[in-house]
Design a protein around this ligand. Structure first.
Ligand SMILES: Nc1ncnc2c1ncn2[C@@H]1O[C@H](COP(=O)(O)OP(=O)(O)OP(=O)(O)O)[C@@H](O)[C@H]1O
Ligand SMILES: [Mg+2]
Length: 367
């Protein structure tokens, strides 16, 4: 069921701060809709072995704002999305919709929650049913979740949905099967299906990474105009920090299950504080640098599961960090405020971003 249960005070109740002392850069856009409060998720991978896929993640999604979640493969981004979508239950912590802890125990409760919180996935081909037409795929959520009744009303709603995702004339798309559409058109149908429930939150898990480069910006622009039109609270998951800068009001950088840096997208990408964010940005500007950066990441990479398991004590990035000192191996840094809307989980901010280190107030980040 969805309802109240005993839990820690929500971030909203704590004055809107998701991390203590740090405001979300998305907060200025609108009210808080969906919150993860100190959420962790462990998976059992074999007898006696747990993997910490998500560790103590707190974030807020605000009406009309985009929060971008960036990180390499296996860092826990999709697990965060599935927790927010109610598809996974947190091992610790709470998910809150409008400040009310969410507890989904039954299929009916899940369906009701899904009306508010919808997902768009990376692969539109896999997320659409290949044996059904566009009409069928959109009619179901319209009748089940938005309670649209009557043939003429349904026809009107179907046309409106397809117009919203710029698939016109609607009639020519309603009878098509997924394989008859281009990748971009399929993703537009998947977005229309998500909108059919009239959600307040859209969780977009790498929505453009499988699409042709030439249509990625079009789809991101579409998501941005839908965000604005319907005041959607959006979580945008990506590997690509450049698109996070373009699309996100706030950017959260994830590494080994934890948020290691957060801040306004523009400021964070212009002046990254965490060495991992710096590495991501160094990798991003052009395709050659991206390849070189990926190779550099790969050459330092340990097996994903072991990274999460073996760094329980210290900073998970320490084995790859040029600035690591003994403290980093032993003591996991929390998110340390480096400005009113910024924080980084690094003991060495005085070295990695000296201009920001002053904002920690008394050298908290000093090592
Ligand atoms: N159901 C599961 N059972 C066991 N381990 C899981 C499960 N789901 C995720 N994991 C593990 O949790 C970690 C985080 O996975 P997740 O899919 O969230 O990463 P991601 O950041 O989305 O990666 P990618 O960029 O490749 O999509 C990985 O080590 C993954 O293998
Ligand atoms: Mg993923």
């Amino acid at each position: 069921m969805i309802g109240q249960r005993k839990s820690a005070p929500s971030p909203a109740a704590e004055g809107g701060a998701i991390s203590p002392g740090v405001r979300s850069a998305a907060e200025g856009r609108g009210t808080l809709v969906l919150t993860a409060s100190h959420v962790s998720k462990e998976f059992r991978i074999s007898k006696g072995h747990l993997i910490a896929a998500v560790r103590d993640v707190s974030l807020g999604l605000y009406r009309g704002a985009v929060v971008a979640l960036v990180g390499e493969s296996g860092s826990g981004k999709s697990t965060v999305a599935r927790l927010l979508a109610g598809q996974e239950v947190p091992t610790h912590g709470d998910i809150l919709l409008d400040d009310t802890p969410v507890h989904i125990a039954r299929a009916r409760a899940y369906r009701s929650y899904k009306r508010h919180v919808q997902m768009v996935f990376q692969d539109p081909f896999a997320s659409l049913n290949p044996v059904h037409t566009v009409r069928y795929q959109l009619q179901r959520p319209l009748s089940l979740n938005a309670h649209v009744r009557g043939r003429r009303t349904m026809q009107r709603e179907l046309a409106a949905l397809l117009e919203q995702v710029r698939l016109t004339p609607a009639e020519s798309f309603l009878t098509k099967f997924p394989h008859e559409l281009s990748g971009g058109q399929r993703q537009r149908v998947a977005i229309a299906r998500a909108l059919a429930s009239r959600p307040r939150v859209l969780l977009a898990d790498e929505p453009v990474s499988m699409l042709d480069v030439s249509i990625r910006v079009e789809i991101l622009s579409l998501l941005d105009s839908l965000r604005s039109e319907f005041e959607l609270a959006v979580l945008y998951i990506t590997h690509d920090i450049a698109s996070a800068r373009y699309f996100g009001d706030e950017t959260l950088v994830m590494y080994a299950g934890a948020i290691v840096e957060r801040g306004p997208s523009e400021a964070l990408t212009r002046q990254p504080a965490h060495p991992y964010t710096q590495l991501l940005i160094e990798s991003a500007p052009d395709p050659d640098a991206l390849r070189a950066g990926r190779a550099r990441l790969a050459s330092h990479a340990r097996p994903r599961a072991r990274t999460a398991l073996t760094n329980a004590q210290g900073c998970p990035f320490a084995p790859r960090c040029p600035w690591a000192e003994p403290r980093c191996e032993q003591d996991r840094p929390p998110l340390i405020p480096i400005g009113p809307e910024r924080a980084a989980a690094c003991w060495r901010v005085d070295v990695t971003a000296p201009a920001l280190a002053g904002a920690t107030g008394g050298g908290t980040a000093g090592g």
